[in-house]
Design a protein around this ligand. Structure first.
Ligand SMILES: [Fe+2]
Length: 342
């Protein structure tokens, strides 16, 4: 006990309480009920030019048959060596050689893939073939079987994000490997994803299982078309949300994704929110100010926006596109969404 605490009139009582594994509220209420969120991490920026050579090395040095997944994960030092990019989320890149198959598995964590340089790669999700053309988003909702294959002639790369840190903090992670050598797993077509592929149309009476999106693949071509058609906001930015077509809400119960197009030279209105975000630069280059940090980014860089941290973005040489994955859906379900604009 430090001097100040030892001199308190209630010091003996506090010591007796602590000795009985009981805490008084009154000497530590600020720790028990903080007045506002305080992220452990500052924003972090990983450059594709630093990531890329390491991804190439991983492809050359580690055979995919020896490992579950050939992914390299962005780990923020603020989390003490844990594999966490920002609270609740990880961002990563997966690299596959031509012919590589990352064998099927499933888990309770929710994940997404966003195709960066993935032409020729395919993700199979619950028996549906999801191609991975530039800018395609593929969902792997909790407990959906998923595997990846590179059917092309070139090494492929894509961006992944998932919420293993959240699920592990809740100690609710379950993981099941698929049967090795199950060739039937790969021999599928797009299946029921066709039922959900037309904007504004849903099958009458369809009752998707559970609360996750029944649509697994969101083509980049459609994303770019809508971004081009949208009217910009007052700050020049256009933002679209990927939604579950059956509900109009977030694509998964725990992950909520957005795409943005920033106008050259116009800073977006600064915003902070209780949820966390991992941003991938889909195209272009620019600069963001997140909290006290300002950094310049280029295509396929990744940066984080920790919760309750002011963030503003500016495209520099032309328009720039961001893909943003967040845990906002978790906060919606807990009624903890709070957002402020400057
Ligand atoms: Fe997985």
């Amino acid at each position: 006990m430090d001097d100040a605490r030892a001199q308190r009139p209630d010091a003996a009582l506090i010591a007796a309480l602590e000795g009985a594994d009981i805490h008084p509220l009154w000497d530590r209420y600020k720790a028990i009920t903080p007045i506002a969120p305080s992220a452990k991490d500052v924003p972090y920026h990983w450059r594709w030019r630093d990531i890329e050579p390491l991804a190439h090395r991983a492809a050359k040095e580690v055979p995919v048959d020896d490992i579950e997944r050939r992914a390299i994960i962005m780990a923020h030092p603020a989390f003490g060596g844990a594999t966490v990019s920002t609270s609740n989320l990880i961002g990563a890149f997966t690299v596959l050689e031509p012919g590589d198959r990352a064998r099927p598995h499933r888990h309770t964590a929710a994940a997404i893939r966003y195709a960066t340089r993935a032409e020729g790669a395919v993700t199979i999700v619950n028996g549906r073939r999801c191609e991975m053309h530039e800018g395609d988003l593929v969902l792997t909702p909790p407990m959906c079987w998923h595997g990846h294959i590179n059917e092309g002639k070139a090494r492929t790369f894509w961006f992944d994000s998932a919420n293993m840190p959240l699920v592990c903090n809740l100690d609710a992670s379950f993981f099941e490997p698929g049967a090795p050598g199950d060739s039937a797993f790969w021999e599928v077509d797009e299946g029921d994803d066709r039922l959900w592929s037309e904007a504004g149309l849903v099958p009458a009476g369809a009752k998707p299982d559970g609360a996750q999106s029944p649509k697994y693949r969101y083509p980049g071509e459609a994303t770019r078309r809508l971004l081009a058609a949208m009217k910009p906001g007052a700050d020049g930015a256009r933002w679209l949300r990927y939604v579950n077509p059956a509900t109009g809400g977030a694509v998964m119960t725990t992950l909520d994704c957005y795409a943005g197009r920033l106008a050259k030279g116009a800073a977006t209105r600064a915003r902070r929110a209780t949820h966390n975000a991992v941003c991938l630069v889909a195209a272009g280059e620019g600069r963001s100010t997140v909290g006290d940090k300002t950094f310049a980014w280029a295509q396929h860089d990744v940066f984080t926006i920790p919760h309750w941290t002011w963030a503003s973005h500016t495209a520099l040489s032309g328009d720039a596109d961001l893909f943003v994955v967040t845990d906002k859906a978790v906060f919606e379900r807990l009624d903890l969404v709070r957002e402020e604009m400057q």
